[in-house]
Design a protein. Sequence first.
Length: 224
Amino acid sequence: DPERIIRFSVGGRLLARCASATGCPHLGLLLGERTGLDALGLVGRLVEHSPTLGAGLQSLVLKLHIHDRGAVPSLTIEGERVFFGYAIYQPGVEGTRQIYDLALGIAVNLLRRLCGRGWSPSEVLLSHSRPLDIEPFRRFFRAPVRFDSERSGLVFPRHCLARPLPAADAELYRLIETRITQLESSGGDDLVEQLRRVLRNLLLAGSRGTVDQVAEIFGLHRRT
């Protein structure tokens, strides 16, 4: 149930204990394989009804905090490729290995939902150590997987961002966006708090976090 939110630390502890109890070190990946856009609730619907893939992923970066208060996604253009990352910032969380595998599993399913089932990233980066058996990762991601990386995320060609989304509905997008803004307001979020999240996101992604970058993410003029 995407609307039943539990604390990030509790989710991590649950994943860690389940992996230990089952003796399955890639439990997070197995869960990720079975989870996609629908698990993100309103945020997932906002992504799905965005005009382009780039706009959808940008919405995810700005709004995922409604469902995830312990980590941040990032979208970074690096020349002709894009890095779509996920970074845990909450300290002392158990099960980070499982969380990263789960998050990237959901990300791949999300992109396959939007771009077609045959879509695969150019490369997958995972910040945890290489498991004894990497075949489940190769089979699911259908791409080279690099473990022990400095960051966790998916790499894919930049031109994918311009892809129009087949289910895009401008009116529905506006309605969902309005509802999410109401949820943010009721939760005490304001522009300063949103800026903090975006800056944390950029810094974790290795960016300097300039005014121009932040303005672009919010779709605002630099002067505003």
